[in-house]
Design a protein around this ligand. Structure first.
Ligand code: ARG
Length: 460
């Protein structure tokens, strides 16, 4: 296959077959085939406009590339594994359509180093926009579920111990905040992705009077990269997107973990619909939250993808090194996994049914209003630390007597402190406890309703 080598002139021997297979990136490159053609169409168009090749040749190249694109779309493109990568495959196929001479002019002023940099930027832009859409859908699903549960109270947890009562909507909107920030990170990443690297050449640009800005304009990029060596050597735009992916997968994993716990008999807070659960091959009673478990599990892989690429890049001298071909498999895995995990979670959320009765039982059993009782004493002039001690002793008494706070009467409370007021028992009401938390970001009804409205306005 030495004859197919675009650099064939220097070589007299064909490449070893195993080297050919080892260095090939064809299977991975199938992800960026459409982008490779799109980038070449822009490049050919610019070459013609700038008079670097004739207008007729430019037109022939564009028509030929469109034919190649048609084959890729139809699935009839004949991939040749003897050709190292997507760039050579497209160029050879183009030659079949338009002849060697015209096809041979396409690569004027371009290297595969800036070409692959362009293809992967186009790819990233496409995938990040798709992921932005999935994030929006997930946020909307969470907001819809929250809207249905503004008046459902539940224990909020710290240390996985019941802490203080909150609205279920508040808990769900906490995740909405995380995914909204993830979306912000996607938008940030997109800004730095959408600049054209073409013109960097192999590393030092090109003597031909190419028009870099024109290529950027044709591709809908906001501008061009500023240093040719940085352009072919750097992958921090990959790393940035993969960091956003890893962070977001960790958010998905925490949500998934709660769905797994909540669907256990021990919590019994939710039931996940049949379409999003699976059975056991041996235990007939099982209804397993596999989707949530897999999302949780896949988060580990996506964190690994980020670490893999950070490690690949960390000791590379400038500029391009073939190591950088190892940038794309973790990128693809990271984005594919993030995208599908977001999509399936967004579809699962509407299938989650909350057991309001079970949430109410949980509210009663966990001393979730103990802080309220202490705060009541504070309003009566008792220093918070002393009030905390008094209520701690009351809780100890309840535990010993197998009681909950709501079982106590005023007389009993006053045995622990004479400062309890006549309205002390009202402070044990969970609804009032939540309503007293009326400040920005807190779970009082009006605050949650406002947060919902703000979220909906943002997502509209
Ligand atoms: N397959 C290569 C990559 O992904 C394309 C660029 C090849 N450049 C080169 N000088 N061999 O990085």
């Amino acid at each position: 296959m030495a004859g197919h080598k675009p650099w064939g002139g220097r070589f007299t021997q064909p490449t070893d077959a195993m080297v050919e297979a080892f260095t090939s990136s064809i299977e991975d490159d199938k992800n960026i085939a459409m982008e490779d053609v799109e980038g070449s169409i822009a490049h050919a168009t610019m070459l013609g406009e700038a008079g670097i090749i004739s207008a007729a040749d430019a037109e022939t190249l564009v028509l030929g590339l469109e034919a190649v694109r048609g084959e890729l779309l139809a699935g009839t493109f004949p991939w040749d594994t003897a050709l190292e990568d997507v760039h050579m495959n497209v160029e050879r196929r183009l030659a079949i359509h338009v002849g060697d001479e015209v096809a041979g002019r396409l690569h004027t002023g371009r290297s595969r180093n800036d070409q692959v940099a362009l293809d992967s930027r186009l790819y990233l832009r496409r995938r990040l926009k798709e992921i932005e859409g999935h994030l929006l859908a997930l946020e909307r699903a969470l907001v819809a579920k929250a809207e249905a549960h503004v008046d459902t109270l539940m224990p909020g947890y710290t240390h996985l111990q019941r802490g203080q009562p909150v609205r279920l909507a508040h808990h769900l909107l906490a995740y909405r905040e995380m995914f909204s920030r993830d979306r912000g990170r996607v938008q940030d990443a997109l800004r730095r992705v959408a600049v054209s690297p073409l013109g960097a050449g192999a590393l030092a640009g090109t003597p031909h009077p190419i028009r870099r800005e024109r290529v950027a304009e044709l591709l809908g990029f906001s501008g061009v990269t500023t240093n040719s060596m940085d352009t072919v050597a750097s992958r921090d735009h990959f790393l940035e997107s993969m960091s956003a992916s890893a962070i977001s997968m960790v958010h998905l994993s925490r949500l998934a973990e709660e769905l797994v716990m909540w669907s256990s008999a021990e919590f019994g807070f939710i039931e996940i619909g049949d379409a999003f659960t699976t059975g056991s091959s041996m235990m007939p009673q099982k209804k397993n939250p596999d989707v949530a478990e897999l999302v949780r599990g896949k988060a580990g892989r996506v964190v690994g993808d980020l670490v893999a690429l950070l490690t690949t890049v960390k000791a590379l001298p400038l500029t391009y090194n073939r190591d950088l071909q190892e940038d794309k498999p973790p990128l693809y895995d990271s984005l594919n996994t993030w995208s599908s995990s977001l999509e399936i979670t967004a579809r699962m959320i509407p299938e989650v049914k909350f057991r309001v009765d079970r949430l109410q039982v949980a509210l009663r059993k966990g001393f979730v209003t103990a802080t309220e009782l202490a705060d009541h004493l504070v309003t009566r002039g008792v220093p918070f630390r002393d009030a905390h001690g008094v209520v701690g002793r009351i809780v100890g008494y309840c535990v010993a007597e197998d009681k909950v706070l709501e079982d106590l009467d005023l007389m009993t409370l006053r045995r622990f402190s004479p400062d309890f007021g006549d309205d002390a028992l009202e402070w044990l009401d969970v609804e009032r406890a939540v309503e007293r938390r009326d400040l920005p970001g807190a779970p009082a009804r009006a605050r949650v309703v406002a947060a919902l409205a703000a979220a909906k306005a943002e997502l509209a």
